[in-house]
Ligand binder design. Structure first.
Ligand SMILES: O=P(O)(O)O[C@H]1O[C@H](CO)[C@@H](O)[C@H]1O
Ligand SMILES: O=c1cc[nH]c(=O)[nH]1
Length: 290
């Protein structure tokens, strides 16, 4: 059955609705960044850029780094955008846009996020990099999809550990891609950990400016969680959704974050741009060999 025009939406030029992309515009390695200005920072290291477009916050450039074709796309902030970006990129390779039928042969993409994040453990020091072994979702996105991809034991342990209000979405834990994790595992400056993702920067990440949070102990509870020696190291706003959707759709995913705030010391990086730049170079060099 062809997928209806209201569900798989194409622009008049045949490109996919929000991203403005056609299948031939993307590579199988897809670097996602939050900030649209970070796209050009990544591709400034490319040998060549062969394609670019932008619609809303979704800026895309495709080119070659050390001979390896890669696409860089900005997702903007938050899991709602991740739902759009991952579903539409998957549609480009796994749905025939003319017949609107799912292709018989699945094509795997690899999503690598280069982001920024706040450390919650003392060892998640400023300007270090955290490689997310798993995403810990407080955003609820995955519960909208039929799924059996969660790390059930870790999810159960977390739900038991947290005194989370029943008014909030149920947390979930989903792992990253083992091959991509191995690629970065032994790298100096890279700490591995579980990355908490939430649907806001302030209250949902336990920050108080003028508004009190519903549970002022939330961050302390996260810091204390330990699953077989693994702890929640950092908080940001995309990883759990990328890991969940990538796994459901049969793609690889890895999230790398530069730690620009440390919530346990109350400090912010003196040079976040330098930290992100150095993470970009590390990631590109690893991916060139992938
Ligand atoms: O630097 P990026 O990739 O945007 O990532 C982090 O920064 C934004 C919040 O300032 C959120 O998107 C969060 O996940
Ligand atoms: O603390 C932080 C820092 C960057 N991005 C986040 O989402 N949280």
């Amino acid at each position: 059955m062809p997928i209806a025009s209201s569900e798989l939406i194409l622009n008049p030029d045949g490109s996919i609705y929000h991203l403005n992309l056609k299948p031939e515009d993307i590579a199988d390695i897809i670097i996602t960044v939050g900030d649209q200005d970070r796209v050009a920072k990544v591709t400034s290291y490319f040998d060549e850029i062969i394609f670019e477009t932008q619609k809303r916050e979704f800026k895309t450039q495709t080119g070659f780094y050390k001979g390896r074709k890669m696409t860089v796309i900005s997702t903007g902030i938050g899991i709602d955008n991740i739902d759009i970006v991952i579903n539409e990129l998957d549609a480009l390779v796994n749905i025939d846009l003319e017949s609107r039928e799912i292709k018989p042969k699945h094509q795997k993409l690899n999503f690598i996020r280069i982001g920024t994040s706040g450390g919650i453990q003392p060892h998640a020091e400023l300007d270090k990099f955290i490689m997310s072994e798993a995403g810990v979702g407080f955003d609820g996105l995955i519960h909208y999809y039929k799924n059996d991809i969660l790390n059930d034991q870790a999810t159960e342990a977390l739900c038991k550990h947290l005194k989370i209000s029943s008014k909030k979405p149920q947390p979930y834990i989903v792992g990253g891609d083992a091959d991509l994790i191995n690629l970065f595992k032994t790298e100096e400056n890279v700490i591995s950990g579980f990355t908490g993702t939430n649907l806001g920067f302030y209250g949902p990440q336990g920050r108080t400016l003028r508004l009190e949070t519903q549970d002022p102990t939330f961050i302390d509870q996260l810091v204390d969680f330990n699953f077989n020696g693994k702890t929640i190291t950092n908080l940001e706003m995309e990883t759990s959704a990328i890991y969940g959707l990538a796994k459901l759709l049969g793609h690889g995913a890895l999230s790398m974050n530069a730690i620009i705030a440390n919530r346990s010391t109350g400090n912010f990086s003196k040079n976040p741009k330098a930290a992100v730049d150095s993470l970009i170079q590390l990631t590109l060099n690893k991916l060139a060999k992938y």
